[in-house]
Design a protein around this ligand. Structure first.
Ligand code: IMP
Length: 193
């Protein structure tokens, strides 16, 4: 069965393809000649994942899934949330976003935050949502160099290291995206059995 993953992120594609090799052929947006922007205008992470998957489903009439992720910081009333990618403005870098968060939190001791990923799967006309969250704290300074995005300032609960100080394998085991992806994969493995 063919399944479109609404992404062109090679790393995400490889990860899912490797696990689902035999049962599903995972196609990227490029593979279905989808090059335009996909709308992402909702004010929740669930809403955006669902909007992206529904857009592809309606336009290409194909089974598909899409993911959306955000960092929610308690002291900032859930920001950056759906604006995680462009928190410091259009065309900003990961570095700009990290700097903005640290500066907004300069005077607060309340450091609780969580990463949340939602995957929306549409298969044979039905939609299923899979969620992964990881709780942690925003550090006062950047630490570590691996990963991307807000990794250098996010310390997961129970760890004394930021995501950027963990190996990709260590991060994957506990991360929001790792959890949501494993739920999707478990569902697909059992689908139709
Ligand atoms: P996306 O929905 O996966 O594209 O993620 C949106 C934004 O959230 C990214 O541009 C990053 O800034 C941030 N983000 C998502 N996942 C992670 C992560 O695992 N670590 C750090 N930042 C992340």
């Amino acid at each position: 069965m063919k399944l479109v993953f609404a992404t062109n992120n090679k790393h995400k594609l490889e990860e899912v393809r490797n696990i689902l090799n035999n049962k599903f052929e995972i196609l990227s947006l490029k593979d279905i000649n989808c090059f335009g922007d996909i709308p992402e205008t909702q004010d929740t992470i669930e809403g955006n994942a669902s909007q992206k998957a529904n857009f592809i489903y309606e336009k290409y009439k194909t089974n598909c899934f899409a993911d959306d992720t955000g960092l929610e910081i308690e002291a900032l009333n859930g920001e950056p949330g759906v604006y995680s990618a462009r928190y410091a403005g259009e065309n900003c870098t990961f570095e700009d976003n990290v700097r903005k968060v640290l500066s907004k939190m300069e005077n607060t001791k309340k450091r609780n935050a969580r990463f949340k990923t939602v995957i929306s799967l549409i298969i044979e006309g039905k939609e299923y949502l899979f969620e992964g969250t990881v709780n942690g704290k925003i550090t006062e300074n950047k630490k570590g160099i691996s990963g991307f995005g807000y990794d250098p300032i996010f310390m997961p609960e129970g760890y004394k290291k930021t995501f950027a100080e963990l190996t990709p394998e260590e991060k994957n085991k506990i991360s929001h995206r790792g959890i949501a992806t494993r739920k999707l994969i478990d569902f697909l493995r059992n689908y139709g059995n």
